[in-house]
Design a protein around this ligand. Sequence first.
Ligand code: SIN
Ligand code: MN
Length: 212
Amino acid sequence: MTASYTLPDGFRYLPGHFDRPAQAALIEAVVAATRSAPFWRPAMPRTGQPLSVMMTNFGPLGWVTDQAKGYRYEPCHPQTGQAWPEIPPALLQLWHEFAAHQAPPEACLVNWYAPGSRMGMHIDWDEAATDAAVLSVSLGDKARFRIGGPQRGGKTGSIVVSSGDVVVLGGAARRCYHGVDRIYPGTSTLLPEQHFPGGGRINLTLRRVNRP
Ligand code: SIN
Ligand code: MN
């Protein structure tokens, strides 16, 4: 973290929250989910430019984006038309412990960062339930996670997140810019090559979308 940047209130970093068996169980749940909800590559609103990550979701709602309709939550997979698979119990437990919210999460976005993938600085704006934290679980290769303030272009700091780490964006941090500069390919053996050709990193983000 750079000397001049102060982390926003509500930011929490829980290194090694999930041990290796728990990480492997989460990856198994992702693999099982992709049988009915395969990874797809979403497109940016208006330009239609593809995102560098592949995505799928768990939960009653899933975050999607395409050229025509932009960023939003949908109850069904854009390609199969099927409902998203259920959120795994270990993630519901995580929510219960750290989200500081009375209602359950409605969406768990699954991002797959293959080597070379990144995520530009953004704020999660598409949820009405802004009082609930966003919980982020890192699995697989390490990545440089960057967080700033509520204005684009302000000071930022970064941490290297590893497999099993959890980041909590609650309070003021819920409305702060954040992104992923890069991943560090080959720094984890968690992702099975058979299901994740080329390896990389899986990030799970749990969100409450609607106000209860
Ligand atoms: C996100 O902000 O959607 C993802 C963050 C991460 O991959 O760590
Ligand atoms: Mn985000």
